[in-house]
Design a protein around this ligand. Sequence first.
Ligand code: FAD
Ligand code: FES
Ligand code: FES
Length: 1344
Amino acid sequence: MSQHNIADELVFFVNGRKVREQNADPETMLLPYLRRTLRQTGTKYGCGGGGCGACTVMISKYNVLEKKIFHFSVNACLTPLCTLYGAAVTTVEGIGSSRTSIHPVQERIAKAHGSQCGFCTPGMVMSMYTLLRNNPTPSTAQLQQNLAGNLCRCTGYRPIVDAFRTFCTATTCCQKGGPGVSCPLGKAEQDGSSTESMGRDQDMCSQLFKADDFLPVDDSQELIFPPELMLMDEKLEKRTLVFRGERVMWIAPAKLEELLELKSQYPKAPLLVGNTNIGPNMKFKGAFHPVMIHPANVSELSSVQFTDEGLRLGAACSLSHMKDVLVKATAEIAKEKTEIFQALVEQLCVLGGEQIRNMASLGGNIVSGSPTSDLNPILAATNCILELVSKERRRKIHLDENFFVGFGKTALMPEEVLLSIFIPYSRKWQFVSVFRQASRRENAFSIVNSGMQVVFKDETRVIAELRMFFGGMGPTTVCAKRCCKELINRSWDEDLLNQACELLLDEISPPSSAPGGSVEFRRTLTISFFYKFYLRVLQRLQQLLSKEDLFGADIPERHRSAMLPLLVGLPRGLQKFQQVPWDQLPEDQVGQPVMHLSAVKHATGEAIYCDDIPSQEGEIFLVLVTSSRAHAKIVSIDAVEALHLPGVLDIITAQDVPGENKMLDMNEILCESEVTCVGDIICGIVANSRVCAKTAAAAVKITYEDLEPLVLTLEDAIQHKSFYGERKLENGNVDAAFEKVDQQLEGQIHIGGQEHFYMETHSILVIPKGEDGEIEMVCPTQNPTLAQTVVAGSLGIPSNRVTVRVKRIGGAFGGKVMKISKMAAITAVAAHKTGRSVRLALERGEDMLITGGRHPFLGRYKVGYMTDGRIIAVEVTCYANGGNELDVTLEVLENALMNMDSGYHIPHLRLTGFACRTNLPSNTAFRAFGQPQAIAITESWITDVASKCGLSAEKVREINLYRGEECYTPCKTIFDSRNQLICWNECLKSASYHNRKIVIEEFNKLNRWKKRGISVMPLKKAVGFVIPFLNQAGALLLVYEDGSVLLTHGGTEMGQGLHTKMLQIASHELKIPMSAIHLNETSTGTVPNTSPTAASFSTDLNGMAVKAACQTLLQRLKPFMHDNPKGTWKDWVKEAFRNKVSLSTTGFFKGKDVSIDWEKGEATGIMYFIFGAACSEVEIDCLTGDHKNIRTDMVIDAGSSINPAVDIGQIEGAFTQGLGLFTMEELKYSPKGVLYTRGPTQYKIPAVCDIPEQLNVSLLSGSKNPNAIYHSKGISESAVLAGCSVLYAIKDAIAAARRESGLTGNFTLNSPCTPEQIRMACIDQFTEMVPVNVPESTPWAIIV
Ligand SMILES: Cc1cc2nc3c(=O)[nH]c(=O)nc-3n(C[C@H](O)[C@H](O)[C@H](O)COP(=O)(O)OP(=O)(O)OC[C@H]3O[C@@H](n4cnc5c(N)ncnc54)[C@H](O)[C@@H]3O)c2cc1C
Ligand code: FES
Ligand code: FES
């Protein structure tokens, strides 16, 4: 079309500045444009697919017709640049800055300790900011909805929520113990629990931040919508806009006729509205569209019209707009008429996150034809009508089973446009319900969903019409047509229920190998949903019909629980910590809840992460090529096509490694002849841009020859005896003890792996210095020295030529200790080969594929016990899935065995562990290093014993707890267990465990389909490295003439507040304010031979080194202080300088020689233990497997905390990771070893909806640890273990559900305890109806 030959100029605003883009490329998204073209790097990349919220920005648009400005949050990663014509974009940099003034949202999240690594913080800030722009005093419900699309891996959300709650109007909390539901104090009154211990201790404090001095919100300070854009929009005679990129043409028509004309001309061109389906398909599935039509300006597509029969919504209405319209209508129109509207609102509230709902359109949702669309089943069940137009015709069709013709395909003709959707009013005798179960309550696609409608003959319970549609049960939305037909004219009673279930199962039965797997669960859900529908309808009929009419159809009171939703409120809680002594000077910051050093920079987007660093002169980009086979010989690497692509510079293979192609005793850095997992790195492509390098990497052709055996699962490894090594610990006389016990039992548990999901993916920048082979490397690693050593080794140069710099890391959790060094080496080899600076930044999917995570464990056990609950002998054999190279698998296994006793004294114990070699990407260090898996195994046999003895689990735990001053661990380390018992008792008390248990029992008696469970468990964790040489640290203190101090040490800052604590220590030692000390980065060029920042041990190590450096300096200043006692710090420093005294000091700390002799099973020199206890309460929906975390209380012995805000933040964050590990994070692999779960869409970490509504943390008062600096304890990892209390609370609830079916024996509950695990363990008449899968073919996924 000739009129489309000329490209328009794209005009929009970013943070008040006009952007004029002459060559807007339709393939460019806003996120890379902001970050690279405009150099606004505050907005972060976390996933690229709309799933994490790190890229949230606010878009403002002027609506000419309504003369109104609309603000909405979007995911910049899915927002095509070309959609921004006439829009104003506000990013985190646009709302405040530390250079001018910060915005109240930024201030509050920073001061309330809502940022740790800070990578999610700009996204959080922008979600909140947008909410405030639309509603200056939002409700807590609105706050909850607006944060659903933002993930944080560090904080556990509670501090973020607390910060933002200060903007909300009405708080549901009474603060003083009134009747508020969420307040721990108010709640305590309701459930009979004690509040005594909460405010008991005089020396305890619960104020982590002061809200009184927060800046008020001042609308007048906000950026105004550019008047120029208003004028532009007013004047814009509705004309078509055209943008042209290298490969794609973008046409945005303004009129419907033109749109139809375009559609007839380019029938294959998609109608891009929100891009939430097209975008991910292009990015992740390689879809390509040479022409894209953007119909946003076609007013007919956005119209909203109420008629006498219902509501007509333009297809391009966003889901948020649709929700607002429906919510308003349900409030204003008679209830009877809005059944369908209400059902739609129910789905819309949990569909995606706020950003997705703001972008995604109703028409897009329908036409995408996704089998898990939450809207299609209900729209279809309620006879909604689609209005379709093309140049030639206009037609109306029902949205029904005929509309969905295949996966992602509909009956829409290529040239047709969906103009509107008509949603009818409901009427009397018509009942509608929706259901969905997802792997996370919010911001997760449904596993199964359903829309159901029944219409009765007037004044009867005889079915006139029944329509049921299901999502997630096949390649399309599925209609239960036959079932519905057979039930017409039937009476709504129990016979119908049974028959309906049978018919549904018969009609909807995907094969056991169906994509998505979990077929039994999905089939169970279909009939469980129907049961819920049956009861809901019956309840309504009871309101309308007489008792006689309803004869034989009753709802027992206890069964009403099937209908109740599991509503989740915003988390809140109490955080208690010890106040500093009354005589501590106010300027001494040790023991104070000091804000994270970088918090304001996190909140303003000023904090610089590796990929935020501007491009170097001549910089090129590296993309890795990884293996698609799990075990194969590399026959050939063909890069001819790739190297011919424009912009491509070179290929980097094993042959290019000038030094050693190896790291420690692990596999090759670049595979040469064989691959041993999917994701093994074979080679890399360097090109001028990321896009070129990515395209070229995809074009490299590798030929493989598969090798045997293929060992993927732990069972495979056991069968093939594929082990790296074996470890054993034995105490007492196990065999003899088994002879003497009353009873024995055996069992097993499998604990799945876990992805680190740090928000900042692996990124590295290597800058060759051009002289003497020197290279500088920005590498966010937890282990700078390892990166330095491996890079030097691979280049064949000494370490003194390689400087590794780490400013900050956007989350790590153990995932940036090992493999990042391999990637650093490949990047360095690329820089060496090309002589140019090279950048590597993994996409989320690559990162998840390549880097491995927490080790899956299988534990098999035999237990000998007395009928009074004493456990006498235990034998455990466990297996850890190490993957394709050793990494730290043996150390993880060792740590698991050493800590498997948890808090229990078992006199006769035999623990054997096997480190398994499999064809998966090697698993690696992960927060708490094998111990969460170990205690999950331990708690499994504890609960088994309790159940066999007819005792409560907490009784058996209590009976077997370590007691006294002189206790011994399985590796014969002596320790004093008294604080553990104190924590246990405090936890029982502050959680009001015993009272609540009675309330729970009562609840369970009254409710058949909802069950509550509670679990309290001890926590014990050894702190320190058992590799002796790692227990050392160094620091460097430089004092300048003006008195300012520059501090460096060997630890890296990854959100855990290490640098903040180091500054507190230095400030305390030097007696100068923290503001006089600066800590710029960690660098191998300043402090050499660093130990990895890991194992909760970095404050202990580096803190001592910092202290030593400070003390040396003070010694040097002493004469000047003596001479001038009234002088200031600056005076003394100046005087020392004038007297030629060195003002740079180093500090060194040599820790204990901790080691373990595995021959003897004896450890020497273990530093100390963290003790604690955690109590969790949950509620499960027995019919769907959903669960809600009601409350968790933790009492943790953190010694004398250096910074309670940081420590409590670590505890809550670690607990949340544990919660994720044990209840929701599920890695799925294909039978060929391919990881399916490669992004937040498939892999669910906890979101704000998953945090216990009450989360109380108390640091044990009066605890002093003589083994670490200022009597503190390293706390970062221990609370992961507390997540296990949630797993066993769920098990407690499931046990109650099983008792309803007469099942009282032990049962296995594997981790993670997903909705599938819960549902299938709650055996009942519905699970019994579903035939057990007989695998006809290979299953879709395997358990590794
Ligand atoms: C992170 C994330 C989470 C999500 N969570 C959920 C969820 O929980 N539940 C759920 O149901 N969905 C979910 N979705 C899917 C989302 O709702 C759909 O992608 C969205 O509704 C599609 O609308 P869109 O405007 O973005 O479509 P686009 O991506 O712009 O277009 C999608 C398709 O629809 C076609 N199309 C669009 N409008 C028309 C029209 N008027 N006429 C003809 N064809 C048209 C396009 O040609 C294209 O083929 C999620 C998506 C993401 C990215
Ligand atoms: S980067 Fe955009 S949502 Fe994750
Ligand atoms: S602070 Fe939220 S991801 Fe790190």
